[in-house]
Design a binder for this molecule. Structure first.
Ligand code: F6P
Length: 359
């Protein structure tokens, strides 16, 4: 069956490059004679028939360089099992989504999201919606793809922040602790830490001992480098301890991580006797214009998603396998996390340069 009409939605936390994917999907679909419907606020936009709009190339002109998503997104876990209020009374969420998908005459759905959203998409794929997934996360922790768009932008921003902190750290001979995002994987901390010349990098994959971190920083003092930069992923935690939470998980909301930077800052002041300060980069890492790398990757993902749809290849996620963009079965990637391998080249390179991971 020739595909004539597709939907596109964005789910989970936003990442620079979402709009670039939307633009690429809309333009490639249009040029292939396929109508594209933009669905608002992730799968919630498929609870009613009036929460979507047709997107033409005119509608996506100029959005390539914009952060955020013109479709809106939500980040509230997996709602697909429960009941939901609709204009036609309470309905089972997942049944309603499938019903509205068919009522709107859609043939396929492009879902741009992280592990959680792709897991929900996989569920709807099994319920009869032809799905093509596009991986998105600044954390770069989706398995099966070497890169996710948004990661490069986040790393560039964090590196710039570390550069700025370096000068003030050196001027005051202080230890500056920078908390970056990275829930279960330390990719942003590792890359930005190496790019910014950090002296300690704390990641969720390696529980740290603060005394070992302090020892290494005190050694720097001895040979004359009287300032230090520590980069901590928000998901990093001490040996025998647990992740630092701002808010525990509740209802469909995931737990909110944060605060490890401040704790490390306090502990290092105690252990080293030096002045310390901490900074949380937080959602600044998710905002702003995507880098050229992320724009290109997002554009390639979007075009390839439409290509898979044209070939009738569903239940797949587009993925970066340099130099190619390939398809990976959704069932092979959902529910998994791509963490930093402890023998990865970049981690070993950092160690070789004397960077401590607190182990
Ligand atoms: O998944 C990406 C991410 O940036 C995580 O590193 C972070 O824990 C989470 O998003 C925060 O998302 P939000 O504040 O939107 O719930």
């Amino acid at each position: 069956m020739a595909v004539k009409r597709i939907g596109i939605l964005t789910g989970g936390g936003d990442a620079p490059g979402l709009n670039a994917v939307i633009r690429a999907v809309v333009k490639s679909a249009f040029n292939a004679g396929i109508t594209c419907l933009g669905i608002e606020d992730s799968f919630d936009g498929l609870l009613e028939t009036d929460r979507s709009r047709e997107l033409t190339p005119r509608d996506v002109t100029g959005i390539l360089r914009l952060g955020g998503t013109i479709l809106g997104t939500i980040n509230t876990g997996d709602p697909s099992a429960g009941l939901v209020a609709t204009s036609e009374g309470p309905r089972v969420y997942s049944e309603r989504v499938v019903e509205i998908f068919h009522r709107m005459g859609l043939d396929a759905l492009v879902v741009i999201g992280g592990d959680g959203t792709l897991g929900i998409a996989h569920h709807f794929g099994k319920a009869g919606i032809p799905i093509v997934g596009v991986p998105k996360t600044i954390d770069n922790d989706i398995v099966g793809t070497v890169n996710c768009f948004g990661f490069d932008t986040a790393v560039s921003f964090a590196t710039d922040a570390i550069d700025r902190l370096h000068t003030t750290a050196e001027a005051h001979r202080r230890i500056l602790v920078v908390e970056v995002m990275g829930r279960d994987a330390g990719w942003i901390a590792l890359w930005a830490g190496v790019a910014g010349g950090a002296d300690a990098i704390l990641i969720p994959e390696i529980p740290f001992d603060i005394c070992l971190v302090a020892e290494r920083l005190k050694e720097r003092d001895k040979w004359g480098a009287k300032f230090s930069i520590v980069v901590a992923a928000e998901g990093a935690f001490p040996k025998g301890g647990s992740q630092s939470l701002i808010e525990a998980a509740h209802d469909a909301q995931l737990e909110r991580l944060g605060g490890i930077g401040a704790k490390v800052c306090e502990a290092l002041a105690r252990e080293t006797g030096k002045q310390t300060r901490s900074v949380v980069l937080g959602h600044l890492q998710r905002g702003g214009a995507p880098t050229s790398f992320d724009r290109v990757l997002a554009t390639r993902f979007g075009a390839q998603a439409v290509e898979f749809i044209r070939r009738g290849q569903f239940g797949v996620m587009v993925a970066s396998a340099p130099p190619d963009i390939v398809g990976r079965p959704l069932e092979e990637i959902v529910g998994k996390t791509k963490t930093v391998p402890l023998d990865s080249d970049l981690l070993l390179t950092a160690r070789a340069l004397g960077v401590t991971f607190g182990d």
